[in-house]
Design a binder for this molecule. Sequence first.
Ligand code: G
Ligand code: G
Ligand code: NA
Ligand code: MN
Length: 256
Amino acid sequence: YDLELALRQAVATDGFDVHYQPVVDVRDGSARGVEALLRWDRPGVGPLSPAVFVPVLEDTGLIVDVGRSVLTRAVTHLARWRASGVVDEDFTMSVNVSPRQLFDTGFAQDLADLLRARDVPGSAVVLELTESCVLEGDDATLRVLHDLRALGVELALDDFGTGYSALSYLRDFPVTRVKVDRSFVNGIGRSPRDEEVVRAVVAVSTALGLALTAEGVETPAQRDAVLAMGVTHGQGWLWARALPPAELAAWLGAGA
Ligand code: G
Ligand code: G
Ligand code: NA
Ligand code: MN
């Protein structure tokens, strides 16, 4: 099975789907936004995890085209939900962005054009930057990130705590939000060490004025623990998995 060939065919035929996982207010589970997550159900073969194929898209550079398509679809869905009153104007759309996309010429300008075309404010979009891909704090990187902030776009550091340069990212980049990695959240209730790591991430983020989202919340006890620590936003199977667009709209409509 030639994974790279299959991916090239999927790119050519627009064979990917985008699902949406709710991001909620930890206090009451009400929806505050969604995270767009790429899905690939291979014809005749079955689904493959993005944890497996996204790195291949990144290595081959295909992520630039696929990522552009994800961003366009996500903003288009958000515009539709806003227009039909399914979501309020504060509802946010989070989209994962690889460094390769960020450094593709015109990324910020393309996003500005897309937002204008769909009549969506920059403040309704959160770009999730993954620290597993090394971002360098050089002038070019900082210029792109500041251009994005100038659009009102929020910048979130994803999988926080799993990389080796975590704290320097908080220091060097104009990020506005930290996503506490689910590997730490999952340990709450089982591992006092994981719990202390979450507490420390919350402390440093709060001191720097950054907003927080806890990923991977699966149990009421984990929800209660992150709430008590001061985390405002949550994501996880306790509330909802990533859903296809029609199911997500139904989930929102049900006021879950
Ligand atoms: O959906 P799931 O949790 O299995 O995703 C696994 C990994 O794939 C996560 O780290 C997630 O950030 C990444 N991923 C999912 N969708 C996208 C996307 O559209 N672009 C990029 N760059 N990464 C994505
Ligand atoms: O790296 P990133 O945060 O983008 O990864 C998101 C991934 O986490 C998605 O693949 C999504 O399916 C997965 N995910 C979301 N909520 C949960 C959860 O509560 N538990 C677990 N184990 N995975 C989750
Ligand atoms: Na992500
Ligand atoms: Mn994420």
